[in-house]
Design a protein around this ligand. Structure first.
Ligand code: TYD
Length: 209
């Protein structure tokens, strides 16, 4: 089994690549689940609606925002991720605790130690085998968000400096940790997929199968 997390700026293509990987491993006979944060559980989906709401009267203060992301994560870990891993399934997550480090610490400015402590509390210290950072520039991320033609959510509406800090935090975590790989997400879908498979082989992710 493997526990793999995709991280990156909005519009970096996490969910497309994640779905492709899920189909690929399922063809090998591996059972896998796909989760997404915030949300991924009935309770978490309610928190997601609150967190991404653009209504000016319901903007959470940074502390409240951090706690709600963590509440969603705690629910997801206990009700979905742990049971799947206990059943020898692969778990492929669209965002996990590193998102709180990048967004709430790196960009919002909450102390890193505090976010790390809350991450470990919410996840019961459950760490993925691998984090995949889909790296794109903030300009490309903004372009892709706008091209979608959908209304931007509360986080997407943040200024470009906020997103630059998110990206820099991701890069600094990924560059100093060997459980991370960084993929250039500005490449076309085909090249990105090939690079992902190469990296997964190098990390021996398919070895047990
Ligand atoms: P979502 O629409 O899921 O964005 P994406 O498709 O890019 O993942 O919205 C989730 C937003 O919440 C995204 O802007 C990142 C942010 N976020 C945090 O700020 N902290 C967190 O801990 C998590 C999980 C997400």
């Amino acid at each position: 089994m493997a526990f793999i997390v995709f991280e990156g700026l909005d519009g970096s293509g996490k969910s497309t690549l994640l779905k492709k990987l899920k189909t690929y491993v399922e063809k090998k006979g591996i059972k896998a689940i796909h989760t997404c944060e915030p949300g991924g559980s009935v309770f978490g989906d309610k928190l997601r609606d609150i967190l991404l709401d653009t209504n000016k009267d319901s903007i959470p203060v940074p502390r409240a925002e951090l706690l709600l992301y963590q509440a969603s994560r705690a629910q997801l870990v206990e009700t979905k991720i742990k049971p799947a891993l206990d059943n020898n399934q692969w778990v492929l997550c669209d965002r996990y605790s590193a998102s709180s480090l990048a967004f709430q610490s790196g960009a919002r400015g909450i102390k890193e130690d505090l976010v790390k402590w809350l991450n470990s509390y919410a996840t019961q210290n459950l760490e993925p085998d691998l984090y995949i950072l889909l790296d794109i520039s903030t300009e490309e991320s903004e372009k892709r968000r706008n091209d979608r033609g959908q209304k931007l959510d509360r986080m997407e509406q943040e200024k470009s400096d906020f997103h630059k800090n998110v990206r820099n935090t991701y890069l600094s975590i990924a560059n100093s940790n060997n459980t991370w790989i960084i993929l250039d997400a500005s490449l076309g879908e085909k090249q990105l997929w090939e690079n992902l498979l190469k990296q997964l082989q190098l990390k021996n992710i398919f070895k047990e199968k």
